[in-house]
Design a protein around this ligand. Sequence first.
Ligand SMILES: NC(=O)c1ccc[n+]([C@@H]2O[C@H](COP(=O)([O-])OP(=O)(O)OC[C@H]3O[C@@H](n4cnc5c(N)ncnc54)[C@H](OP(=O)(O)O)[C@@H]3O)[C@@H](O)[C@H]2O)c1
Length: 271
Amino acid sequence: MRAARPFFIRLFAGLTRPRLTVLGNEFAGEVEAVGRGVTSFTVGDRVFGFDGSRFGAHAEYLAVPEDGFLATVPAGLTYEEVAPSTEGSLYAQTLIRSAKVRRRHDVLVNGATGAIGSAAVQLLHGLGARVTAVCHGDHADLVRGLGADRVIDYTAQDFITDDQTYDVVLDAVGKSSFGRCRRLLRPKGLYLSTDLGPLSQNLALPLVTPLLGGRRVRFPIPRTPDRERCGSSRSCSRPGRSGRWSTGPIRWTRSSRPTGTSRRVRSSAAW
Ligand SMILES: NC(=O)c1ccc[n+]([C@@H]2O[C@H](COP(=O)([O-])OP(=O)(O)OC[C@H]3O[C@@H](n4cnc5c(N)ncnc54)[C@H](OP(=O)(O)O)[C@@H]3O)[C@@H](O)[C@H]2O)c1
């Protein structure tokens, strides 16, 4: 997105250069001040969250709405562990909710060790779904630890050749297509992807496939994150399970100050 790829992102982020210059969506830190009327957080609380709509999390201070994508840090976890857990879990939850996954649904997650994939495995396991995870064989134990019931090593087998069929195929790394995964889906099965797919087909297929009956494609766009959704990041941020989230430690810079308004939490990074 920061590199203006795909190109149409410029329509939203700035035509010739980025409109927002302080980057960063994910944050963690200590609440330094609260606005009048804020009851959920107090000064000194260790919090973390995500705001994908306006960037700015690389600043030293950040103003966050009390009802935004914000939660207290679970005991025993560091800022470095929790901050990167937010974005992937937001996307994972959006996909899983859109598919209305329930207990005993069979779900295949391709890219199960990625930021989105590893969150998806944990959330699906929590819902009682039966999860088949596709990842590099070296990471099989890791994804089993996250809750996967079966693991397919993509270096040994193309998951498309799997004998089992699924209620949902969730491609969390954008390496497949609906056409290739169709045979893995049960008659009313759903194909979800984090990426646009060949020729951006995942934008059109969600409109076309429901008209044909049978197997469908969904490409849900995350809603503005809220506190309820941050709760899912919190539940994903368990000790020993956060090593593969996203891109690693985030550095904050002294480049912006909040415009503190009422009902806003102001947090500052402690690292
Ligand atoms: N992160 C976001 O917020 C976001 C938002 C929108 C869209 N997306 C899209 O979602 C996709 C995933 O993003 P991410 O941030 O979750 O990725 P990520 O953290 O970089 O992880 C990608 C994972 O894919 C796995 N992988 C690589 N080649 C594979 C293959 N051939 N088959 C199966 N798994 C393979 C790798 O695991 P192994 O080590 O096991 O190979 C890696 O853990 C990207 O394509 C991105 O464009 C991401």
